[in-house]
Design a binder for this molecule. Structure first.
Ligand code: SF4
Ligand code: SF4
Length: 179
C-alpha cells in the first residue's frame, strides 16, 4: 500500500483549503466554541436585569374604563379572571334622553397562580381597561396571595409604559395610556 500516506496527505491539504475557503478568518477553528469564564446565570435577587419595556410582567387594570362586559373573562383560556358587577341607573347622555343602565364593577381579580401570560385578555378588551407592565417582582410565599384584586391591579397602572410611535408612514393613531 505505498499510495496510502500520499492519499492521507492529499486529503489533509484538501480539508485545510476547504477550511480556509469557508472560514477565511480562523479556518476550522471557527467551529470550536470559545470557553466561557465563570457562571453566566444572573444571581437574582442580588443582581437584577431590566426587562424590555414591552415585557409581559403583570397586567394592570384601569378600573374607570372597565364596563364589566366579561369579554376578557370569557376569552381567558385558563379561566383565571373573576368578575362580578351590578347594574345601576345612570342619567341620560343628553337632555331629554332616556335614563341609561350601566354596569358597576364589584370584583375584578386575576389569579397569577393560573395565568399563562398569553395576553388574550389585554388584546380583546374593547375599552382599553387592561395593559401590560414589565414589573415582575410580585412572588409570594403563599400561592393564594397571587390572586390580585382590582385595587392591586389598579396600582400597577403607574408602571405601564407609554405606547411607542409607529414606524414612519403609518396612519394608525398611537394609543394613549389612561393616567
Ligand atoms: S394573560 Fe391569558 S391566561 Fe392570563 S389572565 Fe389574560 S387571558 Fe388569562
Ligand atoms: S377589562 Fe375590558 S374586556 Fe374585561 S370586563 Fe372590563 S371592559 Fe370588558
Amino acid at each position: 500500500m505505498p499510495q496510502l500516506p500520499g492519499l492521507i496527505k492529499g486529503l489533509g491539504v484538501t480539508a485545510k483549503t476547504a477550511g480556509r475557503t469557508l472560514f477565511p478568518k480562523r479556518g476550522w477553528k471557527t467551529l470550536i466554541p470559545a470557553p466561557q469564564i465563570g457562571a453566566v446565570t444572573v444571581q437574582y435577587p442580588h443582581e437584577k436585569e431590566a426587562p424590555p419595556e414591552r415585557a409581559r410582567g403583570v397586567i394592570a387594570l384601569h378600573e374607570e374604563n372597565c364596563t364589566a362586559c366579561m369579554l376578557c373573562s370569557r376569552s381567558c383560556p385558563d379561566w383565571c379572571i373573576y368578575i362580578e358587577g351590578h347594574k345601576v341607573k345612570a342619567p341620560p347622555r343628553r337632555e331629554g334622553g332616556k335614563p341609561r343602565t350601566v354596569n358597576m364593577l364589584d370584583r375584578f381579580d386575576i389569579d397569577y397562580a393560573l395565568c399563562m401570560y398569553c395576553g388574550i385578555c389585554v388584546d380583546v378588551c374593547p375599552f382599553d381597561a387592561l395593559f401590560w407592565t414589565p414589573e415582575y417582582e410580585y412572588s409570594e410565599p403563599r400561592i393564594a396571595d397571587l390572586l390580585h384584586d382590582k385595587d392591586r391591579l389598579g396600582e400597577w397602572m403607574e408602571t405601564v409604559p407609554d405606547f411607542l410611535d409607529y414606524e414612519a408612514g403609518s396612519e394608525q393613531k398611537v394609543r394613549k395610556v389612561p393616567r
